[in-house]
Design a protein. Sequence first.
Length: 389
Amino acid sequence: MISVSPGPPPWAVTSLLAAVIAGCDRPESAACEVAGTEGSAVRNTSVGDWPAELSWREVWRAGGAEEGEELVFTADVAVGPDGSVAIAAWGLAEVILLDPDGEWLGPIMTRGEGPGEVQAPAALTWVDANTLLVLDFGAFRLTTLDLPSRSATVTAVDPAFISPVFASGEVTFVALQPDRTVWLEFPGRIEDGWEERSFVRWSPGNPVNDTVARSRARALERTTLPAWPRPLVGVGAETRVLSDPDGRYELTVFDRDDSILVRFCHPAEALPLAPAERGEAPDERMPDAWRAALRELGGPPQPAIISRIVVDADGRIWIQRDRPLPGAAGPHGAPGALHDVFLPSGRFLGSIRLPEDHRLLEAQGRRVWTLHTGSLDESSIAALEIEGF
């Protein structure tokens, strides 16, 4: 076992990235316990290392209402080594590139069936500074795109791996690693309002559907209800993170070889159920027909503490706390959500609430890239930074 060290390593000090929620005092330090004995463990307290009195600064924004910069259903973004941003615009069947300053460079892949074209781009990642890897749901393939030459090579993905998710009409989780490993959450059989869900990976080097986590998710009309606890997965370039299957605030970090790097916990409790989660208040983001069903169902005995896990470009682990409303989840979680942020070692840094209508896409150092939805439902990509260090 290892205990939490007195302070973050030197590299982490320069990449502190959070703001303690405005107006909140630091809570009394409280520790958590890690169940089991396998691997190293970090038992965090409720007090992180980040300073208070920090503020957001918008560096740039692209898309939105700008003519010629429309975005329709942004499935994913990937930030390159130089800060360039690639966007998987599912609704346009395009992959769009922004330069590090947010300048719109336009599509680098457009709709079609050729090697350098896409039909339904669902996820992407940078292999290196000049090479982009794209997962195309529509063509059942991975495309490796060399940006300087715009040459492309394709690798087929087993249709039996993608088809169950594509056919369900709800892509709740998809991730792509530079080694061409694809991750999906599979829908499953529903019985008495519970759905069997599984997180599955596939790669060209291991073309067998490999289930890494299973769960029973409370469902309504084949849509999972985020208020009910279940295990979740977050995937980074080199690691994956799995939350506790019993709903505790405990997570396990694995390397590429499935060895446990660390297990860590945090003493925070679940956020209270919102009236809309109980079906007690109308909300335009949730189908009206569900209100009576939610009231009849009642709330879970213990609401979910975690609603989403994001592993950023630095390997830090962002735990989204706010739960999206039923029927309004999407792949990027709730807007304006509170996140707890941990170092790759499992050490708690602090908490941050994103600005209203922003959803977390990626983070590196002090910078966070978000998906912003405007008052007319227009979408834009924003680069935000924290000031105050």
